[in-house]
Ligand binder design. Sequence first.
Ligand SMILES: [Zn+2]
Length: 250
Amino acid sequence: MTHDLFRQDAYLRECSAHITATAEAGIVLDRTVFYPLGGGQAGDSGVLVLEDGTEITIADTRKGKDADGHPTSDIVHIPAPGQEDRVAQLAPGMAVTARIDWERRHRMMRLHTTSHLLCHVVPQLVNGCSITPDYARLDFAMTDPLDKEQLTAAIATLVAAAHPLTVASISDEELDANPALVKSMSVQPPRGTGRIRTIRIGGEGGAPLIDLQPCGGTHVANTSEIGPIVVTKIEKKSATTRRVVLGFAQ
Ligand SMILES: [Zn+2]
C-alpha cells in the first residue's frame, strides 16, 4: 500500500520514501506525492532521486492492479523509456526522494479547480471529463447551446471572488442520502473505505456555496490562484452532449 500524501496536501512537491516493489509495470513506493491517473486527471511525471544522486525519470503514474486487473492501493511510478539498466538495479528498501514536475502539476490543479467552477456555472450532469496540463474538457449531458464568452466571464468572476477550497469527507451513508452531490455520471466516488473525500468551494461563514462534490483529485487552495483561464472551445459532441474545453489565456 502506498500512502498518498497528495490527498492531504496537494502542494507537496517532494517527499522521502522507500521502494516497496519493482515490477514490469513500474516502481512502487511506501509513500508518494505523485498523483496516479484517475477521476479524469492525468498522472504526474517527475523524478525519483536515489541516495547516490542518480535520477530515474518518471513519465506517468498509475494505480496498481492485481493479477485479475482489480485496483490495489499501490501507486505505480512508470519510468520513461531508455532507463532499463538503472531501473534494473532498484530493489525494495532503497531510499528515494520522489519529486513531481511541479509546474505541470500546478497547471492541472488550476484547470481541475476551474472544472469545479464550471460545474457551478453549468448545472447539468457531467458525463465525461479529462484534465491535462494544457487543457481540461468536460462533457455536459445537455441539449441547450452554451456561449463561450459567457462561460469565460462567469469563471473569471468566480476566480476574482477568491473563494477558498475546503477538503473534507463524508460517509457512504451521507452520500447515499444526498445523491445530488454526485455531479459526474462518468466518475464514481471512491467507495468502500467508509469515507469519501469531498471538495467544497465557497460556503464559508455564510458565503455562497459554489460547489460541493466528491473528488479525489488535486486542487488549488483558493480560486484566486487559478489565474486567467478561458473557454477555448464549445463543441456539440452529440445530440445530448455539449463539450466545453478550458485552456490558459494566451
Ligand atoms: Zn476535483
